[in-house]
Design a protein around this ligand. Structure first.
Ligand SMILES: [Zn+2]
Length: 425
């Protein structure tokens, strides 16, 4: 057996070597050819563009003023398929040992083998072209900073510093809030945030009317002169079918939240709807957004006609009583909540992965997906609320308003409110 293997291996080895030589020769020709065309290009375009711009693939960015001007910085945006170790090796000029020591030193602060696609890394080089500092944008608010002293790396997490200015976006509903708000200058994340803020009062999936109005005061941010993700929403007004709703951001003794004009927290036990505007809008463009309709039927059951697969959220914090197939209801979930309330969600196409009877679910958590199981003529969600076993109209649910601001804080809240009062008129 052994000699046989050897015999068959030998010729392969020779042919591999031959292939290698031919391959290298071919590569050399290709390299020389490209070098030649690049030289030609440079010669032609030399007057308009400096040669470096044609060769340099990685964008060099301007230095933040706080750092020394002698530093050279290379910024790299992580793309799909990137291997973390290779990203550090090729952009940061680090060898395998450096990368290993970097990963293990930073481990407790951030696991760099988990760098995310689309996030940016910046490599700062010293005069000897050695990486002395690496920055990684962990998310919109935080930055991981790695510094090198000799062959030791140290890592820490820092808050990203933005230049912040207050901005106001106002508009009228002409198509969808999602589209109209972005046309008014809001970023997508901020538009979805507006939906969250008012999710206890307005069902953004079915109640928004043409000519409704909005005013959003928010933090517009930039970073080193470049536009950056919006910051907090500071104040907002939404006029829905003639009724004005207000929201003011207030830091109530370290607990930031949104309050109405009377200084009561907007959060209540139940969301206005079990279909979340955030889950429906995100990733859609106006033209592709499906209109969702709502119909209250006998016994105060609500039918939401929505495409199969639309995520269904728990309307309040609660516990799963059942999640199974029940004749005419099809796949149905029943939840119990505080204060004697129960809810049901029928005709689902499927349950959220891993949903178990007895499990606690939080308000807004996805528990299932719209479908047409059981006695149903088309995809819709059958939603109902009972109070002590008696059906109540979810649209007229008389829930206590949220916690009010008390004591010393009232004066501070009034100041916040007055500051935005004119803008929200
Ligand atoms: Zn139904």
């Amino acid at each position: 057996m052994k000699s046989r293997t050897r015999l068959t291996l030998q010729p392969r080895k020779y042919s591999f070597r031959r292939k290698l030589i031919v391959g290298l020769f071919f590569l050399a020709i290709v390299f020389l050819f490209f070098k030649g065309t690049l030289w030609l290009k440079n010669a032609i375009f030399a007057k308009e563009k400096p040669a470096e711009q044609l060769i340099e693939k990685i964008e060099e960015i301007s230095m933040p003023e706080t750092k020394k001007n002698t530093d050279r910085v290379v910024e790299y945006k992580i793309s799909d398929g990137d291997i973390p170790a290779e990203v550090f090796q090729s952009n940061g000029k680090l060898d395998a040992n450096d990368v290993e020591s970097l990963l293990s030193c930073a481990k407790d602060v951030y696991d760099f083998t988990n760098i995310k696609v689309g996030q940016k890394l910046r490599f700062y080089f010293d005069e000897e072209e050695k990486t002395k500092r690496i920055e990684y944008d962990k998310n919109n608010e935080a930055l991981i900073v790695v510094e090198r002293k000799a062959d030791e790396f140290s890592a820490c997490e820092e808050k990203i510093s933005y230049e912040v200015s207050q901005s106001t976006a106002r508009g009228k509903i002409e198509n969808f809030f999602y589209v109209d708000a972005m046309e008014a200058g809001l970023q997508e994340a901020t538009v979805l945030e507006v939906g969250d803020i008012f999710s206890f009062d307005i069902d953004f999936t079915t109640e928004i009317q043409r000519d409704d109005e909005f005013v959003i005061i928010y933090e517009k941010r930039s970073r080193d002169g470049q536009s950056a993700p919006d910051g907090k929403i500071l104040g907002a007004k939404f006029i829905n079918s003639g009724t004005a709703y207000f929201a003011y951001y207030f830091d109530n003794g370290g607990k930031g939240g949104y309050y109405d004009s009377e200084g009561r927290l907007l959060e209540r036990q139940f969301l206005k709807a079990p279909l979340s505007y955030r889950h429906i809008s995100s990733g859609f463009t106006g033209a592709r957004m499906h209109p969702i309709t709502r119909k209250v039927s006998a016994h105060y059951q609500i039918d939401y006609a929505a495409p199969t697969g639309t995520p269904v959220s728990a309307a309040a914090h609660g516990t799963v009583v059942s999640a199974h197939f029940e004749g005419g209801w099809g796949n149905i979930i029943r939840l119990t909540h505080d204060n004697g309330y129960t809810t049901h969600y029928g005709h689902l196409s499927k349950f959220a992965q891993g949903l178990r009877v007895g499990e606690r679910v939080s308000r807004g958590q996805i528990i299932g997906y719209v479908g047409s199981t059981g006695w149903s003529t088309g995809p819709h969600l059958d939603y109902g609320i009972k109070l002590n076993g008696v059906p109540v109209n979810p649209l007229k649910l008389d829930l206590p308003k949220g916690e009010p601001i008390t004591g010393e804080q009232i004066k501070l809240f009034e100041e916040t409110k007055n500051k935005f009062g004119d803008l929200l008129k």
